[in-house]
Design a protein around this ligand. Structure first.
Ligand code: PEP
Ligand code: MN
Length: 343
């Protein structure tokens, strides 16, 4: 529920309200507000009695329940958009469009350093690359693990790019958090609740990808897990879902970006690479992502896609990547102008 205090409520009155909320078994999540104090409270207590009690208090202006099950991440809870800051200088969900780019997997020092250079040259602020890879076949390349994380750290040192990389298990959270600036949860792990809980305590922003067959509500519930366990810095990612359509690897649910922007205050980005599975479809989908108001993109690029150990068919080669970023320039400029006006 959300409790709005009267404009000139004193600290003592606020403390009194907090005490009542806690007596009903609710947890205080956030207290904010410029003009007046607004208190967010979550719990499983008797909401109607609690609301009545609060509304009868002189210092309370209004006490209303949050109607959706994804409480903390909903716009009912917080109408102002969240900006997630990674590595101190990358702001996602702000007035600057953020591009993350890099190979599907970290394959070698040369490959990741070249990719990083290329990503930076195109104007990306974040380098992607998997060191722990969720592969459909147990016989496929599984990633370089810590060795790969070290190479990503080296690429960050050389280029200044922030690093986003996947973590597949709660047991690896501390290890990956020691290197990554953003912790990626892959589509296959969107409902790995042990992992989500651990990420609530990891101290780094989380990029949560939509599950292969997950609804928007399920995605938001997974985000809620991370926030409920202590981490407000969650970025959502639409990466295509499984449908009857076989022309593309997945079906890009582009509308999900707009839907999510209505339902949640968290930033939303688009992954056109996994959504389509095909290099030629990535540039048009990127344009769609910018146009629909995504906060950024995550794109697979590779210095030599023909040699990529994973997802080569959807990875942009250097020329295509640089051309795409150039072509996106005017779209991003318009996006930025819209954002500046909206603020
Ligand atoms: C990836 O980003 O390389 C990846 C495996 O993506 P997804 O989890 O969306 O399939
Ligand atoms: Mn991939």
């Amino acid at each position: 529920m959300i409790i709005s205090m009267k404009k000139h409520a004193t600290q003592q009155e606020i403390n009194g309200v907090v005490e009542v909320i806690q007596q009903f078994g609710y947890r205080i999540h956030e207290i904010e507000g410029e003009e007046r104090v607004v208190i967010g409270a979550i719990g499983t207590g008797d909401t109607s009695v609690c609301l009545q009690t609060l509304e009868s208090m002189d210092s309370v202006e209004k006490a209303v329940p949050i109607s959706v099950p994804y409480k903390f991440v909903s716009r009912e809870f917080k109408n102002r958009r969240t900006t997630v800051t990674a590595a101190g200088n990358v702001h996602i969900g702000n007035s600057k469009f953020v591009v993350m780019a890099g190979p599907c997997s970290v394959e070698s020092e040369q490959q990741i350093l070249k990719s990083a250079e290329l990503a930076a040259k195109g104007g990306a602020q974040v380098l992607r690359g998997g060191a722990f890879k969720p592969r459909t076949s147990p016989y496929d390349f599984q990633g370089m693990a810590e060795e790969g994380l070290k190479l990503l750290a080296k690429a960050r040192e050389q280029t200044g790019l922030a690093i986003v990389t996947e973590v597949m298990s709660d047991a690896d959270v501390a290890l990956v958090a020691a290197y990554a600036d953003i912790m990626q949860v892959g589509a296959r792990n969107m409902q790995n609740f042990a992992l989500l809980k651990a990420l609530g305590k990891c101290g780094k922003p989380v990029l949560l990808k939509r599950g292969l067959s997950s609804t928007i509500r399920e995605l938001l519930m997974s985000a809620e897990y991370i926030v409920a366990h202590g981490n407000n810095d969650v970025i959502l990612c639409e990466r295509g879902i499984r449908t009857f359509e076989t022309a593309t690897r997945n079906t890009c649910d582009i509308a999900a970006v707009a839907v999510l922007r209505e339902l949640t205050h968290l930033p939303v980005i688009l992954d056109p690479s996994h959504a389509t599975g095909k290099r030629s479809l990535v540039p048009p989908l990127c344009k769609a992502g910018v146009a629909i108001g995504a906060d950024g993109l995550i794109v697979e690029i590779h210095p030599n896609p023909q040699k990529a150990v994973s997802d080569g068919a959807q990875s942009l080669d250097p020329a295509l990547w640089l051309k795409m970023m150039e072509d996106l320039g005017p779209y991003i400029a318009l996006w930025q102008k819209d954002k500046a006006q909206a603020v």
